[in-house]
Design a protein. Structure first.
Length: 240
């Protein structure tokens, strides 16, 4: 028992560093996804035909391909020598697209999340009665003003429930970044297991850490949803 306690005392600082990276990566990727997803959702609902087409291609491409493939493309694919030669021919610095592992992780997770968040926001916007836009225009508001002051305040409240799924998913999806040498929580776990050969000790323990984080997120987002709940309106969007 003493040996086990000493072992956990020895590895906890390493797991703690990995946990901090996981939480930062989750938060940053969600923010990147929101910055991408918000305009994509508006393009899909209110944009011209060509804008809707581009937004749909982005969403279908990112949702229809594995996250791991996207991560490899951004980290390894953009560093391809042929791409670097093309950049040089265009007068751009060589190695411009060669990214650090953590930067590639942020970009891959953020772009992937952006596609899903765009769909959540699109569903929330379309859940608002179309008559509200008509009424706003009849009162003299421009289309942009109606979107800003009438539609989006309601849509952002409606999207909390499906968006909470994305927050929980993101914490779990960060575990794939260990494969490009990002020392997140799972990356540190893999390193410890390769050193001490104690998979049956480490995996259940680290799994419980992820579980606790997801349960806390679910609890917090549930309270947030209740606080901003609009009676009579709801949206059901699942990540598929």
């Amino acid at each position: 028992m003493t040996e086990l306690a000493e072992f956990w005392e020895m590895i906890w600082p390493e797991l703690g560093r990995g946990l901090v990276i996981t939480l930062r990566l989750s938060t940053g990727s969600l923010l990147i996804g929101l910055l991408i997803g918000f305009p994509i959702a508006l393009m899909r609902v209110y944009g011209a035909r060509w804008m809707k087409t581009l937004a749909t291609i982005y969403v279908d491409l990112l949702r229809g391909t594995p996250l791991l493939v996207q991560l490899f493309f951004i980290y390894y694919g953009l560093a391809d020598p042929n791409i670097n030669q093309l950049l040089v021919r265009l007068g751009l610095p060589e190695g411009l697209l060669v990214l650090e592992p953590l930067t590639a992780a942020y970009l891959a997770l953020g772009c992937n999340s952006g596609a899903y968040q765009a769909e959540y926001l699109r569903g929330a916007i379309q859940a608002i009665d179309a008559g509200q836009m008509i009424a706003a225009r009849a009162l003299g508001l421009s289309r942009l003003q109606a979107i800003r002051y009438i539609i989006m305040p309601q849509a952002l409240r409606l999207v909390i429930a499906p968006w909470s799924n994305e927050v929980a998913y993101m914490v779990k999806y960060t575990s794939v970044v260990y494969i490009i040498a990002v020392q997140d929580l799972f990356g540190e776990t893999r390193r410890i297991m390769s050193t001490h050969y104690n998979q049956m000790t480490m995996l259940p323990f680290v799994g419980m850490i992820y579980l606790v984080i997801v349960l806390l997120i679910t609890w917090g987002m549930g309270h947030l949803e209740q606080h901003f709940h609009i009676p009579g309106l709801q949206i059901d969007v699942e990540r598929g």
